[in-house]
Design a protein around this ligand. Structure first.
Ligand SMILES: [Zn+2]
Length: 293
């Protein structure tokens, strides 16, 4: 009799334990990050173009159209600022040649993730391949360079739908190409058209993310930004037309509305790390801050 009572009691306790674990899993979703960078996309052009997918992100998140990129507003220095969390004076990528980056002190944020939470799965898919030059052996779970933005979006969508991914960085390149050919202005129909094509690709990737089988147990932060703007068919100078970019942080953890603080592209890596439970350490000497959460 007593033995039977103990058995029932043990069963009830294990049942309660299982229920507790399940509700804990439901209450504490796993934080994940998707960063999409659109090369050479000016904020005023983003607003002028017809971009329903990107609009949905900033309208349901925090945003500023007055963020700043590196004063050397070229792809190498600017993407490196976004991905390391420090400006060119520290990461030392001075142009698109990547001659002497200071990876020892200012590595790619995937490197910090590998040190702090080695179990996280980090993916980087880009159209502009040199962006990966600041990744060191073992920093990333997976990297890929594609020859078109359409192929980037296709691969990213497939990874987001099928893989165990915690962090995804995506670079789309063709808006910058359109800027160089047709100029970076809201009057340039072909530049705006290129932004609208990127918007379709953003839509493809975000829908794939929403199709994930475990999406209800995940808390994705989507960050959207650009490496630089442009004018007169080029960029690279320290002038507002080249250094002003947008910054959008969207998801359950993001604040709703315009960000009032100054935001820089260096905030992207720091915000992503923070969302992953890796607050920046004093010793890392980063320039970025958490923005929009
Ligand atoms: Zn660029």
């Amino acid at each position: 009799m007593r033995r039977k009572y103990l058995l029932v009691e043990a069963l009830l306790i294990s049942l309660a334990f299982i229920v507790a674990i399940n509700s804990y899993a439901q209450e504490v979703p796993v934080n994940k990050v998707l960063i999409i960078g659109i090369d050479g996309c000016r904020p005023d052009a983003l607003l002028a173009a017809n971009t329903p997918n990107m609009d949905a992100l900033w309208k349901n998140g925090s945003y500023t159209f007055k963020a700043r990129t590196d004063e050397i507003s070229s792809s190498g220095p600017a993407w490196s600022a976004m991905l390391t969390g420090v400006w060119h004076q520290k990461h030392n990528v001075m142009n698109n040649e990547y001659e002497d980056p200071d990876l020892e002190h200012y590595p790619h944020f995937f490197h910090r993730i590998r040190q702090e939470k080695p179990e996280l799965q980090t993916y980087s898919v880009a159209n502009w391949g040199p962006i990966h030059k600041i990744l060191q052996e073992g920093d990333a779970t997976f990297t890929s360079s594609k020859i078109s933005d359409a192929l980037v979006a296709e691969e990213v969508a497939s990874i987001l739908e099928n893989k165990d991914v915690d962090v995804m960085f995506v670079q789309l390149d063709e808006v910058d190409g359109a800027g160089h050919r047709h100029d970076y202005t809201v009057e340039s129909k072909k530049y705006l058209k290129a932004i609208e094509r990127s918007d379709g690709q953003v839509g493809t990737m975000v829908s794939a993310l929403e199709q994930r089988s475990a999406i209800k147990d995940e808390n994705w932060l989507i960050i959207l930004s650009a490496d630089h703007g442009g004018s007169d068919f080029g960029h690279g100078k320290n002038i507002p037309e080249h250094t002003t970019v947008f910054y959008i942080a969207s998801g359950k953890s993001a604040i709703n509305g315009e960000i009032q603080q100054e935001v820089g592209v260096v905030d992207v890596a720091v915000t992503a790390l923070y969302h992953l439970g890796i607050p920046a350490k004093e010793a890392w000497n980063l320039d970025g801050r958490v923005a929009g959460l």
